[in-house]
Design a protein around this ligand. Structure first.
Ligand code: GUN
Ligand code: ZN
Length: 437
């Protein structure tokens, strides 16, 4: 008989999406829940006692009443090469890129360094409860190999792409229109759909690509329409003014992508803060997704993402750390920042909505909504177990909690990697997680 594992404890379950319905109608906490896993998949979900009775041979792992069994966190926009320069002081976007980011990305010209950083990144994010990331790599094709390989060794689902830049970046970090096309195509052949990997065609952003490069990548995407295409859009006002200078005939920032075949259902636009009405209309019409990067948007001083406005247009929204522009590897801290930005814009996001964004919502933005992001039969068994009383400060707040959502909200606002009690990736328990090298 095949090996089954049964997780017992409070479970966070989704029956619908809070994009189109009230959260109360689609998100629940089951106090005495159970999740049955087999062969890396979730094969049954329900009441713990019923599952225990029906599957007496399953290995049982019980978590206490002050825990919550959740889908693993899905971080929809990150830069793993920026791990070592996270929390660098004092710059806004373009200066931050030139001062901190590009010199560090240059160091990944050494494949051994790229492999070390890729593993460090996956260690740090797994310790924070994240089981899937969608990452930019550097311009070097081997930096994408490094992340795909590190993720494959952990049997971890990952989305990534070689970053393409053929101007406004230092010597050593530039490719060309042709080499970006060739290298990305070769990486797609190597990695896209291999195991749990998928490829995202990755022009960094319009300022670092010539129109020729954007056109080459648009052509590549047309040849591989099942790949994602990830890039940055309208993050800072100075950046938008620069795009206007670089692309004088474009109607707006989005048009620099649109004119080169870089818009569509599988497009992922990071940040998307200072959007014009036409841009919002086009994103909504095409079904493209946007990614909210709240700790980055406050840290680099970019602005306040309009989650409520974009959600009202039914635009898929992912949630992301944007490390190292973001200031934390933790999706808990990222949910807290999303809550704070919501408050500044007049919308108090509920704990249930925040958790949905960090799991199923991000999975939807990556078109992985049928595979990850939910505790549901037929889904891959990527699971994070939260301890909802992980520090004295949180534990004393939980004593006053009136319901499970109150308890969860305290961990969202105040929790960190101490709140991650356990992580399962494709049904394999990760155990107590090793510190990064
Ligand atoms: N825009 C272009 N590149 C980057 C990057 O690496 N981080 C952020 N936050 N914005 C960008
Ligand atoms: Zn980014």
């Amino acid at each position: 008989m095949t090996h089954q594992t049964l997780l017992l404890g409070p479970t966070l379950l989704f029956t619908g999406t809070p994009m189109t319905a009230a959260w109360e109608d689609c998100i629940q906490i089951t106090a005495d829940g159970g999740i049955l896993m087999e062969g890396g998949m979730i094969v049954d979900v329900g009441q713990g006692d019923v599952l225990t009775r029906n599957h007496p041979a399953a290995q049982r792992v019980s978590y206490g009443a002050d825990h919550l069994i959740c889908p693993g966190f899905v971080d929809a926009h990150v830069h793993y090469p920026q791990t070592a320069i996270i929390a660098s002081w004092g710059k806004r976007l373009i200066d931050w890129l030139n001062t901190y980011t590009f010199p560090e990305e240059m160091r990944l010209s050494d494949p051994a360094y790229a492999t070390m950083i890729a593993n460090r990144y996956l260690d740090l994010t797994r310790a924070a409860g994240t089981t899937t990331v969608a990452s930019y790599c550097t311009v070097h094709a081997h930096s994408a190999d490094a992340l795909f390989q590190a993720a494959a060794q952990r049997n971890q689902r990952v989305v990534a792409g070689k970053t393409c830049m053929d101007r406004n970046a230092p010597e050593g970090l530039r490719d060309t229109a042709q080499s970006a096309y060739d290298d990305s195509k070769a990486l797609i052949a190597l990695w896209h759909g291999k195991g749990r990997a998928s490829y995202a065609i990755t022009p960094r952003f319009s300022p670092t690509s010539t129109p020729d490069q954007l056109a080459a990548l648009g052509a590549l995407w047309a040849e591989h329409p099942d790949c994602l295409m990830q890039t940055h859009l309208s993050e800072q006002t100075d950046e938008i003014a620069w795009v206007r200078d670089l692309y004088p005939t474009a109607r707006d920032y989005l048009d620099t992508y649109e004119a080169h075949g870089l818009i569509g259902e599988r497009a992922l636009f990071g940040h998307a803060i200072h959007l014009e009405n036409r841009e919002i209309d086009r994103i909504a019409e095409t079904g493209a997704a946007v990614v909210h990067c709240p700790t980055s948007n406050t840290f680099i001083g970019s602005g306040l993402f309009d989650l409520a406005g974009l959600r009202a247009r039914q635009i898929p929204i992912g949630l992301a750390t944007d490390t190292g522009g973001g200031s934390s590897f933790s999706m808990l801290r990222t949910m807290a920042a999303a809550y704070e930005i919501g408050q500044l814009r007049g919308t108090a996001l509920h704990a249930a909505e925040l958790m949905w964004l960090a799991t199923a919502g991000s999975a939807r933005s990556l078109h992985l909504q049928d595979k990850i992001g939910q505790l549901k039969s037929g889904f891959e068994a990527d699971i994070t177990v939260l301890n909802l009383a992980s520090t004295p400060a949180i534990a004393q707040r939980v004593q006053k909690a009136e319901n499970p959502w109150d308890s969860l909200f305290a961990t969202i606002m105040m929790g960190d990697d101490r709140a991650i009690a356990d992580v399962w990736i494709a049904g394999a328990q990760q155990g107590k997680l090793p510190p990064a090298p």
